[in-house]
Design a protein. Structure first.
Ligand code: ACM
Length: 529
């Protein structure tokens, strides 16, 4: 049997529910580990520079205030931080105007952080009187606030715990190595609710992931309402792997997810996979397949057997209508056309189809994204290719780079969160694995002979053939996701498995306090619970 994380420890549950004293009249027994101070060196992703200053610790007290301007780039992060800290500490923590005097201030300051920090970098200075987060843009302030969160004891994630709330003194200067630090969630093989996706968004934000690709269509399900082709969801969204009821996002729900992610500085990249992986679309509209006959809905887990009928005017009318509606719903710059595993599309037709679909994406004002197979087609120079297929030993990634595309690295044997940790893992697949925690961390984006200037970042896909619940998502993403996020954010000089496994183990109390159902996978010195 696979080891499973214990659920939220009972002591924390008692505290979270009531803040009351324990049954014997004493204070409730919150695990000591949940109040341990966190050294700056434990933050994941590892910051560019962290200089602790012994003796300069900051204490969050009942009188502490949060100082922030009312602007749209500052105030939402101040409110987010205040809500988190109020819940954890039970203190009032009012958000006040900048410049308020007195000790005990957490200030969020925009501007003058230095050009080197870019839009996502920040500095965080901790002294006995102030925690100051400074950044050039809202994204940097938010990432700095996530760092402050990680510097607080894990019990900050519960409700009205007792403290003390000590932040180690010193300074962090931090910015990401790559601009694209993505996760991908497959809501097509099994459907996940808006609440599940938003919970995952919050978990990604903790590790400074800034892109979430939503795999919205596949053979087993079409998950986004398209007004002009309604049967895509009423028929194509009606089932899932294993024959369950499926489901789909209305356009209003999709907009809600996009807005929620944006509030966490995460860009949603919607993916409609084509010309393969389209059985749900063909089952909805038989005229999209070359024999004109709608196949039955599919609930298995094979790949490569379905294709849009390339060259028919109706096919491109369909593609353009879907892309137009999705582009209009999506404020972010990207839209993915998938493009992987089109084994049932003749290669010459594949190239012409991808070129045409990419043109449609561009014509609706978005940047085309696709799995790296799309590099076989002519594409606009701003297109992004996501490398995954380890069977081609990186050649699709190199082809994409040679064609001038930006390349995101998601090598399946390191980044695929759906692969089992070891043969005894209950959930997940094995074709690219198993992938231990060490294996998921043991790689470098520069390993694939791609010019450094072409590397846009990293991505951690989570395919859902075997996953049906939020708990399943968490068991596969945690603990491997933070390592991929670190590879995308942190300088290579910090990459060190022997140290990383200890830093990763130190996240466990936080996940317990957050109720994240992580896998106590082997190779990591997890604390006893
Ligand atoms: C993929 O795993 N087919 C992108």
């Amino acid at each position: 049997m696979r080891r499973r994380a214990a659920a939220l420890p009972a002591a924390v549950t008692i505290l979270a529910a009531t803040g009351a004293v324990g049954a014997c009249g004493g204070p409730p027994a919150v695990p000591e580990a949940h109040f341990m101070p966190i050294p700056m060196s434990d933050v994941i992703p590892a910051p560019l520079e962290a200089r602790p200053a012994p003796g300069a610790d900051f204490h969050i007290e009942p009188s502490t205030v949060i100082a922030a301007a009312r602007s749209a780039e500052v105030r939402p992060t101040a409110d987010w931080l205040a809500a988190l800290l109020r819940r954890g500490t039970g203190f009032p923590l009012p958000v006040v105007a900048p410049g308020s005097r007195g000790s005990g201030v957490i200030s969020l300051q925009l501007g003058d952080a230095g050009a080197a920090l870019g839009g996502e970098g920040y500095t965080l200075s901790v002294s006995p009187s102030e925690v100051r987060i400074r950044a050039n843009a809202g994204a940097g302030l938010f990432h700095g606030a996530q760092t402050l969160r990680q510097l607080l004891p894990a019990a900050i994630e519960t409700t009205h715990a007792a403290g003390p709330w000590v932040v180690e003194g010193g300074t962090i200067v931090d910015h990401p190595r790559y601009p694209w630090r993505a996760a991908m969630l497959d809501v097509a093989r099994h459907f996940f609710s808006v609440a599940d996706v938003e919970r995952y968004v919050d978990e990604l934000a903790l590790y400074k992931v800034n892109v979430l690709e939503l795999h919205l269509s596949d053979d087993q399900g079409w998950r986004i309402a398209i007004t002009s082709w309604p049967r895509l969801t009423t028929v194509g969204g009606s089932t899932a792997v294993g024959g369950g009821p499926g489901g789909y996002f209305t356009q209003a729900q999709y907009r809600e997810i996009v807005a929620y992610a944006a509030s966490r500085y995460i860009t949603i990249v919607p993916e409609i996979d084509m010309p393969g992986h389209v059985n749900a679309a063909l089952a909805s509209y038989g005229e999209l397949s070359c024999d004109g006959v709608a196949p039955p809905l599919y609930t298995g887990i094979d790949v490569g057997f379905s294709s849009l009928c390339v060259g028919r005017p109706i096919t491109m009318r369909f593609v353009d209508a879907v892309i137009a509606e999705l582009a209009a719903l999506t404020p972010g710059p990207y839209l993915s056309i998938g493009g992987d595993e089109a084994q049932s599309t003749p290669p010459s037709e594949y190239a012409s189809f991808i070129a045409e679909a990419a043109r449609a994406v561009s014509s609706h004002g978005k940047v085309p994204v696709g799995w790296a197979e799309i590099a076989a087609a002519r594409l606009p120079p701003d297109a992004v290719a996501v490398y995954w297929n380890i069977d081609d030993a990186g050649s699709s990634a190199r082809q994409a780079a040679e064609r001038g595309l930006r390349v995101v690295l998601a090598p399946a044997n390191h980044c695929y969160l759906d692969q089992k940790y070891d043969p005894s893992t209950v959930l997940g697949l094995t074709w690219a694995g198993p992938i231990s925690v060490e294996q998921s961390y043991d790689w470098e984006p520069t390993d694939y002979a791609i010019p450094a200037g072409r590397i846009e970042g990293v991505e951690a896909p989570l395919w859902s053939e075997t996953l049906t619940t939020m708990s399943d998502i968490e068991q596969m993403a945690f603990p491997r996701l933070p390592g991929i996020a670190e590879i995308g954010w942190s300088p290579p000089s910090t990459h060190d498995w022997a140290r990383y496994r200890v830093r990763l183990a130190a996240q466990a109390p936080r996940w317990e306090a957050m109720g994240i159902d992580f896998d106590r996978a082997s190779g990591v010195p997890w604390p006893q619970t």
